[in-house]
Write a protein that binds this ligand. Structure first.
Ligand SMILES: [Zn+2]
Length: 102
């Protein structure tokens, strides 16, 4: 992680206010590059609570970003109602399932 990157990982956003600075950072940064997106829905949830799947890595879509300074990859799922989203470093597996935009 470098100073240009996101300052921390969020396992989930506790509130929309917590997501806001992340959104603004993406909007204003010229060195965080949108690489592509994973639309989700391909993975099977590991277990379900009240009809909502948990544990599957690809249940929800995410956007993949790369820091052009240190080449770190990040995956961002935006919060949406009950879904809290997340911001995490992307694994090679995550990157592999994203359609790279040229
Ligand atoms: Zn970086």
């Amino acid at each position: 992680m470098c100073p240009n990157c996101f300052s921390k990982e969020y396992l989930k956003f506790e509130s929309f206010n917590e997501f806001e600075p992340v959104r603004i950072q993406i909007e204003n940064s010229s060195t965080l590059r949108h690489i592509g997106e994973h639309t989700g829905g391909l993975g099977k949830p590991l277990f379900k609570i009240f009809g909502i799947g948990f544990g599957g890595r690809t249940d929800f879509g995410f956007d993949l970003y790369q820091c052009e300074i240190c080449n770190e990859y990040w995956k961002l799922a935006e919060p949406d109602y009950a879904w809290r989203g997340y911001l995490l470093k992307a694994s090679a597996e995550d990157i592999a399932c994203v359609q790279i935009q040229k």
